[in-house]
Design a protein around this ligand. Sequence first.
Ligand SMILES: [Zn+2]
Length: 214
Amino acid sequence: MNLIRTFVFNPIQTNTYVIQHAETQGRGVIVDPACACTAEFEQLTAYIAEKGITVERVVLTHPHFDHLMGAAAVCRHYGLPLYLHEKAVPLLAACTNPAATYGMPVPALPESLEILKAGDRVPFGDTALEVRYTPGHCEGSVVYVWADQQTVFTGDVLFRDSIGRTDLPTGDWDVLRKSILEQVFTLDDAYTVRPGHGGRTSVGYERSHNPFLG
Ligand SMILES: [Zn+2]
């Protein structure tokens, strides 16, 4: 049973995840709507339609432009707000600037936002994601823990053999390290890590191999 589908979108190669609570009549969540053009938007929405998934939430890991390039279009399409951490909101306006630097279109922002805080649950079907606050790559950055599937969506906090960059505004290495140790590495080794870029890994592998956290 495959309840998680990964799409790699936009020139920055950002992962968008579509997750569903059950194989049939799934109720789902989109993590980081990163689609940046009509073709990518149609790829995402066609998959969801084909699988018959009812999208109940659209959530953001952190307010960087490459993770939210499709947020306005996706939220409008499903008639949903964008859920994000309260400290991500002030960074939204500034996060559209790098899009111009990369020669990419400035992403539109969703019309409606909903605030998440640490400890909140994002329910869908008979399951839910847990919100953990993980600043350090930037303020307003969260990871989403799906305990039922032993999976954590880490955005740009933790990657396979790497960690998020800390040289962007509000980035801080000490804060990031603390976030990973206290919010991600407190999960069991068996947890699958699904990051914002690149392939999946596990908490156990990163605990013993990640060169930045030894
Ligand atoms: Zn980022």
